[in-house]
Design a protein around this ligand. Structure first.
Ligand code: NAP
Ligand code: GLV
Length: 317
């Protein structure tokens, strides 16, 4: 098979790992790097693509393409790519080393909120000594996670292990590890939000979840709640977040994802005393785990089986 590869921001390690795996004795595949113009290839002989954030012309002339292996958990950008053929299968990464990193990222944010480190940051900025407040316990800090998928489940498990009561909210009902509360459906969202002292967004980005972090959502949270968005920037209404922070309805936010990345230097989030910005680094797919997953999926597709990461294009994730 012939594969076309593109990975925005690759340091070379993902491509090397793929080349090793695809061109080993066991497999007889060729992989072409779309960003390397020195190696010619015939676009109409490409069978499948392996990519993350491909450029606008990436799919042009790929008349024989039958599958895209997305090197990411979220496929919202890929599904919106104007050149993506409408009928081919998309297979995404599941975990691929990201669960553990995401669990660490969210645990850090939840600890900040619970122990009020975000308040200490503001106080330090004002040279203010705010000794003597009461210490809130982890077991009294309710965390709500929007999402109950691969990453949300790993995050919830880690938070439970650290004593936090956790509830996940998702579109459908399904089993989660014991100790993690789970509710689903749009009609249950108000009940869910009412109890979240810390709200974490780990939803897939779809038409239904676009802008879900907005004034209506923030107003239903307990006063002084803290918000962590590590899914997609488009889940957040930026102006609504700034209003909720400035009114005191929210005490702080930790944001890893933004409408436009890199975040514009003039965006008010950069200098807001109650916003912690991280540069879409909450969790990265690890080359060896990603490649193992892609290879396993290629074998499953070849045998006519359904890989676990097959995207349901009608639901958008
Ligand atoms: P996943 O397993 O597909 O989980 C997506 C979750 O979203 C599912 O629980 C799904 O509900 C829920 N959902 C979708 N539409 C919904 C709706 N209308 N109402 C309620 N829930 C809805 O994806 P994942 O692997 O956990 O990844 C989650 C997201 O994290 C990705 O899409 C990506 O945007 C983001 N991400 C960010 C980083 C980073 O570094 N910041 C890294 C990796 C991924 P059901 O369970 O009912 O299907
Ligand atoms: C990263 O944001 C991903 O979706 O894998």
């Amino acid at each position: 098979m012939n594969f076309l590869y593109y990975f925005a921001g690759d340091d070379g390690s993902m491509l090397r790992a793929l080349q090793e795996a695809l061109q080993s004795g066991e497999h007889e595949h060729s992989i072409f790097d779309a960003s390397d113009s020195s190696t010619p290839y015939q676009r109409d002989r490409i069978d499948a693509a392996i990519c993350w954030q491909p450029p606008a012309d990436f799919f042009d002339g790929l008349t024989n393409l039958n599958c895209v292996y997305a090197l990411a958990a979220g496929v919202d950008q890929l599904l919106k790519h104007p050149g993506l053929p409408t009928t081919i299968d998309i297979i995404r990464l599941r975990d691929a080393g990201m669960s553990q990193q995401m669990a660490e990222y969210v645990l850090y944010g939840v600890l900040r909120a619970q122990r009020q480190f975000h308040e200490f940051d503001v106080a330090q900025h004002n040279s203010s000594w705010i000794h003597g407040g009461c210490v809130q316990r982890a077991s009294d800090t309710h965390v709500g996670i929007l999402g109950a998928g691969v990453l949300a489940t790993a995050v919830a498990t880690r938070l439970r292990a650290n004593d936090y009561p956790v509830t996940c909210w998702s579109r459908t009902s399904h089993e989660l590890p014991s100790g993690i509360a789970h509710i689903h459906g749009a009609d249950q969202l108000p009940n869910f939000l009412a109890q979240c002292q810390v709200l974490v967004c780990l939803l897939a980005l779809t038409d239904d979840t676009f802008g879900i972090l907005n004034t209506a959502c923030f107003d239903q949270l307990p006063s002084g709640a803290f918000v962590i968005n590590c899914a997609r920037g488009q889940h957040m209404n930026d102006a609504d977040l700034l209003n909720a922070l400035d009114s005191g309805q929210l005490s702080g936010a930790m944001l890893d994802v933004f409408h436009h990345e890199p975040l514009d230097g003039s965006h008010p989030f950069w200098n807001h005393p109650r916003v912690l910005v991280t540069p879409h680094e909450a969790a990265r797919s690890l080359p060896e785990k990603s490649v193992a997953q892609v290879i396993a999926s290629i074998k499953q597709v070849a045998k006519g089986e359904t890989p676990a990461g097959l995207v349901d294009r009608s639901r958008g994730y």
